[in-house]
Design a binder for this molecule. Structure first.
Ligand SMILES: Cc1ncc(COP(=O)(O)O)c(C=O)c1O
Length: 401
């Protein structure tokens, strides 16, 4: 039997897109020009789908730190920290993050995805139960599977539904509730105060994946718990270096006195190579930049509000009323979404095409992510290109009616 037979559905979908004249697989950025610009199909394109929230991928101090580490410490660590040892830079990054996040302990991972695998499987085991928001990121689901814990899903952002399920739960073992700071597809955030209220009535540990909210939310840029003034109520946080920090890697952080033992108990940390010197040094400098430049958060907020208002004012349906740097436009069906996405790209703006099954409630989305590095002019151009594409789609629909 052909092992790839099971992916026939994907091949058929790709063929359908090609029949529509759209190539969605493997959009190549021929040259990255800046945090907000790339050459795509030979054309200078505004990037509005990068998660480069702080826009620091070209920060000279980060580039210099990475360059120096590369020259002085080589291209890679060639193994895991358990087997090959820890570089002083790994420790320096963990200490700097511990200070930035105001948490006693930080463990870094090679990607954000692995941080979720490692943390969830390190915290929960087959005797425990994980209560999971139904719209959680794939890496959280995969971490839960790896842990072997019993999995109970509750309705998205519903503390009441969580409480109902906690009350019904009769299992033994530990209980872990997992939320995200900003949900990656719709850009919405959970009502953390309501979840914390539930925590006061029921016994569980609370973990927040702040992948999209570190750097973005809160007075100190530490994420949703910082914004809500509830950091003491959150037992564990997870984050990634691939978004606000403009690098690659991930972390888990906590004040739990035994947290360090996760390093010796979790496969996603033990059995994979540690991040390269250039990657660690870049991230370390990025932490310092985020700390020293709170004005980046202000620019991001201004740009996010401008795009949110602008897209709503031209009549688009947004998936979230709250302003966040993730702004998702709901489109009625898959062919229309693909055609609009392609038209936007040809007009000079790159956004994320997000289709079921990777989206909540099987929604078809054009997902934008805003950067502090966008100018007001960039945001206005993105809005006017959306308006042009929507007008074109309406014209096509009228012509074929
Ligand atoms: C909520 C969430 N957690 C974890 C990850 C994984 O992070 P990374 O892409 O850095 O591996 C992502 C990626 O988008 C995410 O959205």
């Amino acid at each position: 039997m052909d092992l790839l037979e099971k992916h026939k559905g994907l091949a058929e979908r790709h063929a359908l897109m090609q029949a529509l004249g759209v190539e969605t697989i493997g959009v190549t950025m021929e040259k990255i020009l800046s945090p907000t610009r790339a050459l795509i199909n030979g054309r200078e394109t505004i990037l509005a789908g990068t998660n480069n929230y702080m826009g620091i991928t070209f920060d000279p101090s980060c580039i210099e730190a990475g360059r120096r580490a590369l020259a002085e410490q080589g291209t890679g660590t060639t193994g895991s920290r358990i087997a090959n040892g820890t570089y002083a830079l790994h420790r320096e990054l963990e200490n700097e993050l511990s200070r930035f996040l105001n948490r006693d302990h930080v463990i870094t991972f090679s990607t954000g995805y692995q941080a979720n695998l490692g943390m969830l499987a390190g915290l929960a085991g087959p005797q425990d139960t994980i209560f999971l928001d139904a719209d959680s990121h794939a890496s959280i689901y995969d971490g839960c599977t790896l842990s072997g814990a019993r999995l109970i899903r509750f309705r998205h952002n519903s503390a009441a539904d969580l409480e109902k399920r906690l009350a019904r739960h009769d299992g033994e073992g530990g209980r872990l509730v997992v939320l995200e700071g900003i949900y990656s597809m719709f850009g919405d955030r959970p009502p953390l105060d309501e979840f914390v209220d539930v925590k006061r009535r029921h016994d569980f540990a609370l973990l927040v994946d702040e992948a999209h909210s570190t750097g973005v939310l809160g007075e100190h840029g530490r994420g949703l718990a910082d914004e809500a003034g509830l950091e003491d109520e959150v037992d564990f946080i997870i984050g990634t270096f691939s978004k606000s920090f403009g690098a690659i890697g991930g972390f888990g952080a906590s004040n739990h006195p035994d947290f360090e033992f996760i390093r010796y108990a979790t496969r996603a940390y033990m059995f994979t190579a540690s991040p390269s010197p250039a990657s660690i040094a870049t991230t370390l400098q990025a932490v310092r930049v985020l700390d020293a430049r709170p004005e980046l958060r202000d620019s991001l907020r201004r740009n996010s509000a401008r795009l949110h208002t602008g897209l709503r004012d031209i009549g688009l349906e947004l998936c979230c009323d709250e302003v966040s740097p993730v702004i998702a436009v709901r489109v009625r069906d898959e062919p229309s979404t693909v055609i609009m996405w392609d038209a936007l790209l040809k007009a000079g703006v790159y956004v994320n095409l997000a289709l079921p099954p990777g989206t909540p409630n099987n929604t078809c989305l054009l997902r934008c992510s805003v950067s502090a590095a966008h100018s007001e002019q960039d945001i206005d151009t993105i809005i006017s290109l959306f308006a042009k594409v929507v007008a074109g789609a309406a014209g096509d629909a009228a012509a074929s009616a």
